[in-house]
Design a protein around this ligand. Structure first.
Ligand SMILES: [Zn+2]
Length: 74
């Protein structure tokens, strides 16, 4: 298998496998297991990756920019 190992990640949106350096890392809050008897709300942030086109489509770049400018202001 060729030179160097490029780590591959799976796009959370389309399921495509993309090289990690071409993927966009994003932290997504998830709510799990809202069940009838046990209500467990887990707001842990899950690290996901998106391929460039999904990131664009989902405006991940804008969100990241927003987050960055918000942090810069504080
Ligand atoms: Zn994708």
């Amino acid at each position: 298998m060729g030179r160097g190992r490029e780590p591959l990640v799976v796009c959370d949106a389309c399921g495509r496998t993309v090289p990690r350096d071409k993927a966009v890392e994003y932290f997504k809050s998830s709510v799990f297991d809202i069940d009838q008897k046990d209500i467990v709300v887990d707001l842990t942030r899950r690290k996901v990756f998106y391929c460039i086109s999904c990131a664009k489509h989902r405006k991940i770049f804008e969100k990241k920019k927003k987050m960055l400018s918000k942090n810069a202001r504080e």
